[in-house]
Design a protein around this ligand. Structure first.
Ligand code: UDP
Length: 310
């Protein structure tokens, strides 16, 4: 019989790609989502596979019948605009939801993987960011609801590992893009692509000199599955170290879409990190992982997807 994987947040951008790739690799997948920011359209094509969908809010008790081998806790609003609008659900799913997902893993003696984030490093004072860096987070700033929920999620995950002996993994996910991001997601790549495709003004926040490092979704999913199957219990950064400014990526997107859009500059949101780039030495050495898809190849598929949506 196939090993069974429970994915919370399975109707989201990353959750749905993870579900699909695990099905391709022969796992049986149970997807849970309350559809707050997820969408069943992302998983509709999985209907006739070894996939079961449960609509449920994982801040409440999670009941699954039969064996479970892996629990992947992906549920959370994840775009800065979402967690500004949904501060309390964001805190609850990171705290209460992680507790419930850990409880399920413990009851089933399953491996547990938590989706953590580069946001645990806050507005980083160390660059690039290694897993040993503790971060520079404002707990009461607008991003604090997400950053602190994820920091709590890491803390409770490690506590279940140390105290209950649960086999736990922590993946710190850096900026990722690809098909199935929502047009109104608010994050830079989907915002710029949808604005460029409509020949509307492309909204760069601040002076556009802040940096990010963008990873294509298939590379991220490959890294997550390698971590899930690895022996390590330490946090691992997964992201593409190719760093660029936000203005640069806006210009690449305008050029690749053949758009007539102009850039407009809006005020920089509070606590917006000035730089971000993963140090991926740990992923390279422990997982043999390396991103393979370069920015232009990844953007080509992403733009193709957005053309069908705008
Ligand atoms: N950004 C921007 N215009 C937008 C959306 C985002 O200039 O329409 C900027 C944002 O201020 C940040 C960077 O792009 O500096 C990446 O933002 P995103 O929301 O994608 O995620 P973050 O990396 O901040 O979590």
């Amino acid at each position: 019989m196939s090993e069974r994987v429970v994915i919370t947040g399975a109707a989201g951008f990353i959750g749905s790609h993870l579900a699909e790739e695990l099905l391709n690799r022969g796992y049986s997948v149970i997807g849970i989502d309350n559809l707050l920011t997820g969408d069943t359209a992302n998983i509709a094509h999985l209907r006739n596979r070894d996939f079961e969908f449960i609509k449920h809010d994982v801040t409440n008790y999670i009941y699954i019948e039969g064996p479970v081998h892996y629990v992947l806790h992906w549920a959370s609003p994840a775009s800065p605009i979402d967690y500004l609008e949904l501060p309390i659900p964001t805190l609850k799913v990171g705290a209460l939801g992680t507790h419930k997902a850990l409880g399920l893993a413990k009851a089933k003696n399953a491996r547990f993987v938590i989706a953590s984030t580069s946001e645990v490093y806050g507005d980083p004072l160390e660059h690039p960011q290694k897993e040993t860096y503790w971060g520079n987070v404002n707990p009461i700033g607008p991003r604090g609801v997400y950053d602190e929920a994820k920091r709590f999620a890491e803390a409770i995950t490690v506590a279940y590992h140390r105290f209950h002996g649960l086999d736990t993994k922590i993946v710190r996910i850096f900026n990722t893009y690809g098909p199935r991001m929502r047009i109104r997601d608010g994050r830079a790549v989907p915002a710029f692509i949808s604005q460029a495709l409509r020949n509307e003004k492309v909204t760069v926040f601040g002076d556009g000199r802040q940096t990010r490092s963008f990873c294509y979704i298939t590379d991220l999913v490959d890294g997550i599955i390698r971590l899930m199957l690895s022996d390590t219990n330490d946090p691992v950064n997964i992201g593409n170290p190719a760093e660029m400014t936000i203005e640069e990526i806006a210009r690449v997107i305008i050029e690749m879409t053949g758009s007539t859009s102009q850039i407009v500059y809006h005020p920089l949101p509070e606590d917006d990190p000035k730089v971000r780039r993963p140090d991926i030495t740990r992923a390279r050495t422990l997982l043999g992982w390396e991103p393979k898809v370069d920015l232009r190849a990844g953007l080509t598929s992403t733009i193709e997807y957005f053309r069908t949506k705008v």
